[in-house]
Design a protein around this ligand. Sequence first.
Ligand code: BG6
Length: 481
Amino acid sequence: MSFDLVFFGGTGDLTWRKLMPALFQAFRHGKLPPGGRILAVARDQRSDDEYRAFIKERFGDVDSAKRPSDEEFARFAELLHYRRMDLSKPEDYAGLKGWLDARGADTVVLFLATSPHLFPAVCAQLGAVGLNGPNVRVVLEKPLGHDLASAQEINRAVSASFKEHQALRIDHYLGKPAVQNLAALRFGNTLFEPLWRRECIANIQITLAEELGVGTRGDFYDRTGCLRDMVQNHALQLLTMVAMEPPSRNDADAIRDEKLKVLRSLKPFTAESVARDVVRGQYRAGTAGGTKVPGYLEEVKVPAGSQTETFVALRTEVQNWRWAGVPFYLRTGKRLAARDAQIVINFRPTPHSIFPGPNRANKLVIKLQPEDGLELHLQAAKGSSQSETLAPVFLDLDFDKAFPSDRIGGYERLLMDAIAGRLNLFVRSDEQEQAWRWVEPILDAWQQDTTGPRPYAAGTWGPAAASALVARDGHAWAEEQ
Ligand code: BG6
């Protein structure tokens, strides 16, 4: 199957930092289908060779294990092409179409790695020039809008040129192997399904913690904030994967229908419940990895006095028979104590304890990063005496060790799926809009509330109010248990 993969924004950060390294990994693993061309388009004038040299230099910043040798890069570079394009000029789209038509690849994937405000215009131009035929797919990278209205506007513009199954909205968290394993754990095994409900589960915690600050992205981040950057998409997508009913088939729409139902069942926020159930924070100076780091307000390109949140913790519920009354806690932020993304399923304790000491409950920890694995926490007897208290132990499954050569990164997986037309891991427009509908009352309430985010020191787990939010229900975040 021949393909042409076109990156709009071909010299931008996303392309060289994430997409090209992911493609190179696919190439190295022999997963890139043969007969492919990769075309970068951007505003400035470069030859193919100049572009190849640019990417080669950028690969210097990639993890050493993922960096190509000169010989590998030379082979990979044969796939790379470059084309100058002014995205406002119809004739440039006609030129691109001519370039693609001259070969007539089986599949054309147009990846919009540009600023999202260009999406409507680019999609309209692609449609106008006929670059929207049945063999064409368009991939859209977040942020897809900054609220419901702007997301709907983008979706309207996209759907004027492309059918829903041709528009692939990326949420790179869905590409992470641990997330696919969550589906495998739930729907490929019988063990947990009978327990996966309110009768057995006390609460569920989703933590997406980053150790890094906003770095050089201060201007983008300040307009966006943590709720839009991480909660509306990544955290909610993980929540749907945890809470969804078993789909009838392993098929994109069967899965996405179930995820949409979860989003529609989330307890809606009001101004009062935002004040009670949502904590926003902003980091101050502190330490990260043993080094002193500045606070958010001292970061480059962050406006003085900014009230943008770099941390969010919230409590919600999925209002249906399976989950009624079970708190779902989401927490994510920058400059936290560790880079740590995990989902913790806290089971209920035994109803009556016959052992001395605390009655600790079981928990299942689904680890997304830095490691990718599962931990099942149990209580065990050491066998030292009849009066001993039970000791916490856990079964530990490390997927990187179990499947050393098969694990692939999120973008690599999603790019291969985009080329093959597998839509399971892409977000449908109705899911994305429903997620915006749910977060909007939080944004509205914050706009009215001038107290702003709570400060927290870099290198901690966020404001104390985040612990209080969970403690109120008699629970605790994983690191406090
Ligand atoms: C992106 C956000 O979507 O996800 C970034 O815009 C964030 O702010 C990143 O750093 C986190 O992704 P990962 O895969 O490194 O956890």
